[in-house]
Design a protein around this ligand. Sequence first.
Ligand SMILES: [Zn+2]
Ligand SMILES: [Zn+2]
Length: 390
Amino acid sequence: MKKLLVISLILFTSFVKPENPVTVSIRILTTKVITTFAFSPTSGDYLVYGDGVLLKDYDPTGIFQMSIDKDSILLKTFERTIGKFGSLKYYSKEKEGEFKIKSVIAQSKVRTYDGNLEVGLTADKSQFLLINKVNLENYIAGVVQSEAGKNISLEYYKLQAILCRTFLLSHLNRHEAEGFQLCDDVHCQAYLNKATEDNIVKAVLETKGLVVVDNDLNLITSAFHSNCGGVTCNSQDVWSIPTTYLKSVKDTFCIHSYNATWQRTVPLEDWKAYLQLKHKFPINDSARIPGATAFSQTGGRSNYFVDRNLKIPLKTIRADFKLRSTYFSIEQIGDSIRFNGRGYGHGVGLCQEGAMRQANLGYSYKHILNFYYKDVHLVDLSALNYFKQE
Ligand SMILES: [Zn+2]
Ligand SMILES: [Zn+2]
């Protein structure tokens, strides 16, 4: 219990703001260049503030249109122009409202979010900066749906919710200098919409507040990837940072899943030129050429390509050829080289397709968590309430 209080205190001081203990601020539509968009409430009444002043004489259930006019935000409804502002805030009168936004760029979808919206401009005033102030658990539900997709088992969603919550809490200061906490892109965690899947909402509720810590009670790096190809990687082999919990494990649960295998063919001459020019591979040394065209990882994962002396990192080859993983073998077929690969992603931590399979087989989220992360523990942030009463 004492340990729990210590971690509670650390988390409390680093994360909880007394006035609003469970709200996070997330930049939305981060990767889109938004210069015109519309906002409308779908649930609850919203108050609208222009430069901090409550605006009057508008229909709170209507559609608000925003565009950039010189260095200001031009706010209109269908009926009239309301004015020009440096910033706008849409705050729900209720505990948590729901709104939708649509940008005017081609093929953009309507997106629905919980919570409040703050509208500003980027430093160069060329596009909108949209920040969603949202309840932490509602945000997690949106992330789980964006990262894992629909129609997956409840038990898997619980695990994904815990990992996404752990990531959130360990990255709350990531975009501090830009005025928000996390972005909605894969740079942080994908957050494309509010969750619509009942099982996701239920999974988030049933794991409310749970995060994962290591033996030293530090929040873990909750790495995950699509498919490990049969064996996960040590963190130090991929990121040069050893941890006690991101250890290579053999995983037979994913080897028949969607992303278990892949193939890629490149011209033999391109491959040889790449090895020679970028890595100084002695391609004209007849004793070593077979190595360049016949590399195998069928016996397990390697970190380096073929030649013992040259030490070419497989992750460099993966990046240069945009391969799905570093877990590949190579064979020559005529004038081509074929990569026969396994898995999809960096291979560290949780293998999503393996975990989904385990969940379908009836394993609990705790069991699956401990399968992919070694010596880790679940901590319940609701202990914070206990702490606050002391
Ligand atoms: Zn980010
Ligand atoms: Zn796997």
